[in-house]
Design a protein around this ligand. Structure first.
Ligand SMILES: *Cc1c(COP(=O)(O)O)cnc(C)c1O
Length: 228
């Protein structure tokens, strides 16, 4: 199947999941995750109308953005080293992976120097997996509050990557927990924080994530096939 056909198929499943949950399909944005994907196929995804391209590596994304342009949004979803914050601020429309105070502070500093306000999500490591980034759940609220106070950051919500499981239902409790955490934080009415985004769900489990409230699903293999 072509990239465009895969995207149509993913969109149909998103719409069906949204319907089951009583949510409008338009409340969910589709991100095509393009690590290792070549420019021609990323171009197909952009022409097929994905709202967002997601990249894990700053260098790789820089080259692709220069080639493909900014007719869609580009979001950063990888582990961000503090010394790359400067480039991330120049290149991306949103950073999904703020997982520590030092990184929030450095993005804020670089955004101020660039004269912009950088939209970010706080990444939460709900299962405490050592191999994954993300702030521990117990520290998430404090990070959201302190990041929200930084004038050149716009904290827009939360992101998570649950443990890998063969059955998408295994991810449901994590998605639900992230939504409940977001709802609790939103109820605090933290000044400047607008916690509307829930970035959750990948190729194996995006339908479950939509049922649990995802506003951005991050889909790679279901659009582009297996990565080499
Ligand atoms: C690679 C990646 C994805 C996409 O995973 P697929 O299984 O290819 O859909 C989503 N989110 C993050 C953070 C990733 O690194």
């Amino acid at each position: 199947m072509s990239v465009a056909e895969n995207i149509r198929c993913v969109r149909e499943r998103i719409a069906a999941a949204a319907l089951r949950a009583g949510r409008p399909a338009a409340a969910v944005r589709l991100m095509a995750v393009t690590k290792t994907v070549d420019d021609a196929r990323i171009g197909e995804a952009i022409r097929a109308g994905v709202e967002i391209i997601g990249e894990n590596y700053v260098q790789e994304a820089k080259r692709k953005i220069e080639t493909l342009g900014k007719s869609c949004q580009w979001h950063f979803i990888g582990r961000l080293q503090t010394n790359k914050a400067k480039y991330a601020v120049q290149l991306f429309d949103m950073i999904h992976s703020v997982d520590r105070w030092e990184l929030a502070a450095e993005i804020n500093r670089r955004a101020r120097l660039a004269g912009r306000v950088m939209p970010v999500l706080v990444e939460v490591n709900l299962a405490g997996e050592a191999t994954k980034s993300g702030v521990p759940p117990a520290d998430a609220a404090a990070l959201v509050r302190s990041a929200a106070a930084l004038e050149n950051l716009a904290v827009r919500g939360l992101m998570t990557m649950p443990p890998f499981g063969a059955d998408p239902e295994e991810a449901r409790p994590y998605f639900r927990t992230l939504r409940e955490l977001r709802d609790r934080l939103a109820a605090e009415a933290i000044p400047r924080a607008e916690l509307r985004e829930l970035s959750m769900g990948m190729s194996g489990d995006y339908a479950v994530a939509v049922e649990e409230g995802a506003t951005i699903v991050r889909v790679g293999r279901a659009i582009f096939g297996e990565r080499h």
